[in-house]
Structure formats: structure tokens, C-alpha cells
Design a protein around this ligand. Sequence first.
Ligand SMILES: Cc1ncc(COP(=O)(O)O)c(C=O)c1O
Length: 395
Amino acid sequence: MTAQSDTLATPGGTPDFDLVRQDFPRARTAAYLDNASSHPLSVHSAAALHRYIDWVTHEVGEPWWPSWAAPRNESKHLFARLINAGPEEIAFARSTIEAESNLLNGMREWLSTGNVVTHDLHYSAALYNYKMREMEGLDVRVVKHRDWGIDIRDVERVVDRHTRLISIALVSNVNGYLADVKALSDLAHAHHAYLYADIIQAAGAVPIDVKAMGIDFAACSTFKWLMGVKGFGFLYVRADLQGTVVKPSQPSGGVRFNYAPWVEKPDPGLPEVSITPSSGPASYEVSYPSYEGAICAQESLRYIHRLGVHNIRNHVRALTDRLQEELPAIGYPSITPRGNESPVVAFVAQDPPSTMTKLRHAGVHAAMRWGNKMRISPSVFNNQEDIDRLLRALS
Ligand SMILES: Cc1ncc(COP(=O)(O)O)c(C=O)c1O
């Protein structure tokens, strides 16, 4: 069965996560607990992708590309709804890091007279981008975490009237730390600055409301908690900041020729070659987005909406709470703050190679990052048996 049905819901209205598990065949072969690296596809997204591949290979089924353009538009609407933005605030993007970089390019003028504040739990490649721009003269202030969280007072100390942007990861890829985003956006706005959130470790896994959270810009691609593929994602730019604070940074579009043989009668009032600059989200997009990405995203975003992000969060919380409880007791101290509301938890391993060997032998997938930091990131298809398997392997 590949079509999404309503059978996932129990009579009480909450999803039946045993049925959800069946939608992810990868759950049958291993305890895959590394969704923060890359999320498996559901059978529904895979089937949609197969239909597309059949069409591009054999031209079967669909007449021509407009029918495949529909997923593009629907994926944008579904994503906008997921984060409580308007579709006119969403541009297609290819990668989170590229989108943040394009955003910064578009904000060059705005940033040129001030500073950017970020912190060391933001994604490493994003910090690299800021350090590169620092070499070109941008004033960049990197706040250090305390006990694997960010103390707002440390941010307050470096934000000043010249701050133009606070840039964070909403959920850290290192330890899952969920930022106190409202406090940060309030701080930014009180200084006439803006807040950017990298939401790749959050979208689809934790509730996001860009309006209530005061997020001005955000970006993600779809291969993690949006259960899609690499190379396709979204950039959110608050409507009133489009074209003003954020200028288009990647010109893309077509030209009009005004001379023969392009036109029969050239218009003497027009230049020989002219353009109409695009506006809105299109002004942040280049050429075609990945159709493969859009097709997967359409299917997986439908799926996520059907499950409900709150239900997803509740399901995963039971698994991460148990890890937070039991792993420190067997010698793996946690570096994720207690009560943290994200699906990612991390622990210090005394002997990383031996830990990874034990996990591999037990058929358990987790990540070891930054030397000795074991990251575990369960999702909708994981269950307590997967956690049993991991705990057995490490005890
Ligand atoms: C927090 C965070 N930001 C950005 C990225 C990179 O995303 P992309 O490949 O979409 O640029 C990752 C990937 O692990 C991540 O965890």
C-alpha cells in the first residue's frame, strides 16, 4: 500500500505509531536512531518518487510537466502552514547553509554598518560562513554556551545598538538544545535587529510558529525531520522585509529583446535588452527547484500534517526521556539540558570507538560527533524496543 490513508489515526484521534512504523521499512532492519543526520523516506514518499522516475524514464502516466509542477506549489503551501507563515513568504532553497548565505548576501547593505551575534551551538558551517565574512570586515560576536545551553544574559551582554542580526539554530545539531527563541527575538527587536533561525533540526519535529516566536528569517532543507531528500528546502523571509532589508541576492529570470530578428517591430522607447525585476519569494529563487525534492516534500509534509507535530513530539519525548534517564546511569553523562523539547539528545562516551563497535554489532545506528559526543535522535517510526536494543548494547 502506498497511498496515504486515514488508518493511521486511532479512535481517540491520535496517530497509531505502530502503523507509522510500517511506513518506514528501514525500521525493520535496524534500530535507526540517527534521524538528525538523515531521515529515512516513508513508503509514500518513495512511491511518489518512483512514479516521477518512471515518468522521466519512460514518459508513462502523466502527459507533461505541469502536473509535476503541482507538488512544487503544494509543498510550499504545506511548509508555510507548518511554520505559520504565508506562502508568499517562502522561497525554494537548495540547502539550509546556502539559504543562510544567500540571505546574508541580500542583507549586505543592512549588515554593513553593524554586527551579527551568533553562538557556538549554531551549525558549524554557518559559523564558518560568519568567520569568512568577519575576514571581510563584518563584526561577528560568537557567544559561548554554558552547560550546553545558551544563557540569554550572555547574549544580552554582546547585543548593542549596532546589532543587525541574531543568528541561531532553533535546535542544535550538537545536542538538540532548543533555543529560547522568543527571548532572543525580543532582544533582537528591542535593538531594531532581526532574528534568523536555522530550522533544519526543528521543522517537522517541534512546533514552529514564526509569528509567535518572532522569527524574521528561517531556512531548512528536507532530508532530516521533513523526511525528504537532500538538495531541496525552503527559505522564509518575513513579508515586509522582502526587497527592503533583504535584497534579491541571486538574480534569476529572463530578458526581453527589442531588436530584429527577436521582434518584428522594435519599440524605439525600449532598450534593446531589458528585464522586469522579480519580486516576492521568486526574487530569492534561482531557476527550477528540484522536482524530486518537491515531490518527496509534498508527500512527507502531508504525512507530517496528518500526524500532527504535537503528536510527533509527544511520541518522541517518551523515547528521549528514557534515554535521558537511563544512559547517564550506565556511564554516559548527558550534554542535553533536562526537559529540553527536541528529538535530539547527546551523551559523552568515555570510549567512542568501543561504543560505536557495540552499537554496530547490535544493529543500532547513532552518531558520534565532535570526538566523544554520542547523538541519538529518534523519530516517528522508532519505539521502545529500539531504545531497549541501544541500552542493552551499551550496558
Ligand atoms: C543545524 C544544521 N544546519 C544545517 C545543516 C546543513 O544543512 P544543508 O545540507 O541543508 O545545508 C545541518 C546538517 O546536518 C544541521 O544539522
